[in-house]
Design a protein around this ligand. Structure first.
Ligand SMILES: [Zn+2]
Length: 163
């Protein structure tokens, strides 16, 4: 059994035994145990493909751990939304999948960026910056992390230039 499935089963068991005291509001993913990044509720609502009737009006966090199937979880840890419940593929969960966007607003995929020459990579960065400046991005509604992709794109390019 993959490790995350084991963690998922443990989480479900904990939740059933005592949903409140066993899952204090730490901002840590109840499955991976890693700290999450707070996201706005409209990001969660925009990215989910399941009925929004299940979304509670409470603080949500984004889990960036590659090996964890949870994308969003509530502050109290009692509710999670997993990769298969989102409308988008999540870059952090599939960093090596060439079809997954790194920049969701302007549709630059991991594959585009990897295949590009050094000059073209700088052009992609410039395109994103120009789009941000022209207020053409809606990172909070498009990017599952609920924030601008620029850091992820820059980081990927730096990694590629090194290798
Ligand atoms: Zn997680």
């Amino acid at each position: 059994m993959p490790e995350y499935k084991q963690r998922l089963l443990e989480f479900e068991a904990r939740k059933q035994s005592d949903p409140v005291t066993n899952n204090p509001a730490t901002g840590r993913c109840p499955v991976s145990g890693k700290p999450g990044k707070a996201v706005q509720i409209q990001t969660v609502k925009a990215l989910l493909k399941v009925s929004l009737r299940s979304v509670r009006n409470t603080e949500h966090f984004f889990c960036a751990d590659k090996d964890c199937p949870v994308v969003y979880f509530t502050a109290d840890g009692t509710q999670t939304f997993r990769v298969d419940e989102l409308r988008e593929r999540v870059y952090q969960k599939e960093p090596d999948n060439l079809e997954v966007p790194v920049c969701y607003c302007f549709q630059h995929t991991s594959g585009n960026i990897r295949a590009a020459t050094a000059d073209h990579r700088q052009a992609i960065l410039a395109d994103i910056k120009a789009g941000i400046k022209a207020e053409q991005c809606v990172c909070d509604l498009r990017n599952p992390q609920g924030a601008c992709c620029l850091g992820n794109v820059s980081k990927l390019i730096r990694q590629l230039e090194k290798s």
